[in-house]
Design a protein around this ligand. Sequence first.
Ligand code: GAL
Length: 657
Amino acid sequence: MTTQRLVRRLGGLAFGGDYNPEQWDKSVWEEDDELMRRAGVNLATVGVFSWALLEPREGHFDFSWLDAHLDRLHANGIAVDLATPTASPPPWFTLAHPDALPVTADGTRLVHGSRDTYCLAAPAYRGAARRIATVLAERYGDHPAVAMWHVHNEYATLCWCEHTAAAFRVWLHARHGSLDALNEAWGTTFWSQHYTSWDQVLPPRATQWHHNPGQRLDFSRFWSDEALAAYIDQRDAIRAHSDRPVTTNLMVPGYQNLDLWAFGREVDLVAIDHYPIAPGVDAAADIAFGGDRARSFGGGRPWLLMEQGANTIYAGDRVLAKDPGEILRHSLGHIAHGSEGALFFQWRQSKAGAEMWHSAMVPHAGPDSRTFREVTELGEALTRLGEVAGSTVRAEVAVLHDSDSWWAMDVDGLPSAELDYLGALRRAHRALWDAGVTTDFARPDDDLSRYRLVLAPALFLLSDASAENLRRYVADGGTLLVQHFNGVVDARFHARLGGCPAAPLREALGIRVEEYRPLRRDERIVLSDGSHGTVWSESVRLEGAESVAAYTNGTAALTRHRHGNGRGWYLSTRLDDANYAVLIDRLLAQAGVAPDLPGLPFGVEAVTRHAPDGRRWHFVLNHTAEVVPLPEPGHDLLTGATARELPPGGCVVLRLP
Ligand code: GAL
């Protein structure tokens, strides 16, 4: 519904980006108008960092600036994604509310001078954020330029201050009910951590050695809930005055201070920022990973790529420049996986300030530049793709993905430093992507019956209910692969006693894991089928399953079990990439899952979007440097002609008959 409204409003896919005109003067605004028209921009995110301008003194608002820009954009045919500026409080805020600044785990109170200097749990911050969201919504709630609302920017900042401690205690009380229950859940009898009053309970601040794992996990859960509550505060303040969709830009793929499933339920439209961290084909796989997650967080609904880079982006200690053609190919990658458009951070590259080296749609060199030419080509391409807006992506395979497990694997003192939640999730997705298969992500307690194959690469923490859900999925005919160190702790972070994984799931797998044998850092073991394992191994006892590949001592490493109408597979080591790919191909074949477009070579991606009325389009993206013939010729929306092959780096969007 929300998406349909946006599509109707924009007349197709969204194209544009963050627009921060406060950095420029009138002559540049006039050029912006002309260049936006030339590029085909139809949506601009305005006001993300404009708090100091909109509220120059606490409680004193000045809207003349924003009034003028909204009217100007509207007159130029550009819809506005109006932001609340709460990710960057102005300096007056620090001086008025020093208690609302964030405190790091080691007790350092941060001050202004950057951005994101606030504590989400501080009443003064929450009040100030709600107030500015309210006044913006009152004034612009039905402004004709406003197509949607962009609350805050990337809820990223963590805090360990006294406000956080107080809110954490309230949250813990609600979750556990009593201090006794908290002591029991956290296992505080060990290391003499027993709490005798609530005020002794702290957020996991810097301490001597390992934190209590229950405390760490609960803090992650709490902080995500706190951030979501801060979002809901603003969303509801806006909804009271506006009927336009409200969202916030989530960070994928690696950032995990938030339960993005929970945010997916509260936003009207999932929006993500995605800056791939690797070049070439790996960037394309990363885009697919982010896009499939975004779609899944929204329950399969179309979503929106809110930010990407037009050229150089910061990737850890590297700066990745985009190669020619990647602006289009990366954008189409996101759209193939369900995005309703392609937006960038930001429209015009800053001439000063902290992000002056971050690329933009209009670079420092100006419009006479490769970047702007490619941006303009993208705008034209998206106009031609208008008919795909509102369509969705379908998958027959799911990878299970759960915030509790991710957070739980983030604690100190696990039995191997190489157990890596995100790495395991990415590998599973990558193996499916390499096989040409479109993948959903799902939670372990979701109804999985629509999937032919489900992979559980890293469900370290598994509740009893989820373990039973997975057993039932297999019994009802599904194929499930569970990987090592899964179902090892329950929802309280207590070890499962009597063998792993959690009991009902063991039934579906026909095995019981007795012991772990983490491998040495460079150890690489050979299994009986010639494949190689690293990082981890286990003593697996067969309880009905057959051994498919064994360790050198003859005990099972990979097993298969028929349970009810389905099959449960268990893999107790981390296979090398090539061996893992072979296993995934075998499972896909057994489950009867085919690629979206069979017959394409490695590095050529094909994803299908489906309209509710049955129309379909194949997005086919050539991430290689070779010319690739298409399995069948088809009508390409991008050129309006019949396509028979893909040039190196080329893309087609084929309308299916
Ligand atoms: C995003 C952020 C933007 C900008 C961008 C630079 O995470 O939302 O404001 O900082 O990164 O890559």
